[in-house]
Design a protein around this ligand. Structure first.
Ligand code: ZN
Length: 151
């Protein structure tokens, strides 16, 4: 099977049937993300238990790449420790911005590797991860909603 076709199918599938859509209420932390270049908007709510992401949901309006990326991210981070998620985010960032091949541990997130050939779409793919980082960093500060813009 052609890997490029497989990856395209993963993105199309997650755009059409996004996982973990919705809003957790109550939640332990949340953040709003905005990518003004494309108009993507994303809202994340998380439940944290014992330094693990116990649950995560997203709501948003955006292009296929931003929706698929948010859906894939929620699936990938749910149940994982915040340290593991930090490491994963670093790998995703390298994959999206660098020439490195995605490490095997990245799993289905490798579907997004193709966007690095389209610099304007990198922000669509990374919006979910920037928003997640904002939510996790913000958690310790106060209980209002963090906002992040990729601009
Ligand atoms: Zn976009």
């Amino acid at each position: 099977m052609d890997l490029k076709d497989l990856y395209r199918d993963v993105i199309l599938d997650h755009n059409k049937h996004p996982r973990n859509v919705g809003r957790l209420c109550p939640c332990d932390t949340s953040a709003e993300g905005h990518n003004p270049l494309c108009g993507d908007r994303l809202s994340l709510t998380l439940r944290i238990e014992a330094e693990r992401i116990a649950d995560i949901r997203f709501e948003g309006k955006g292009c296929a790449i931003s929706t698929a990326s948010a859906s894939l991210m929620c699936e990938a981070v749910k149940g994982h420790s915040i340290d593991e998620v930090d490491a994963l985010r670093t790998n995703v960032h390298r994959m999206l911005t660098g020439a490195e091949e995605p490490p095997p541990a990245i799993g289905k997130l490798a579907a997004l590797a193709g966007v690095r050939e389209y610099p304007a779409r990198v922000k669509c793919a990374s919006l979910a991860w920037h928003t997640l980082q904002a939510a996790l960093q913000h958690r310790a500060v106060d209980s209002s909603t963090a906002t992040v813009s990729t601009e």
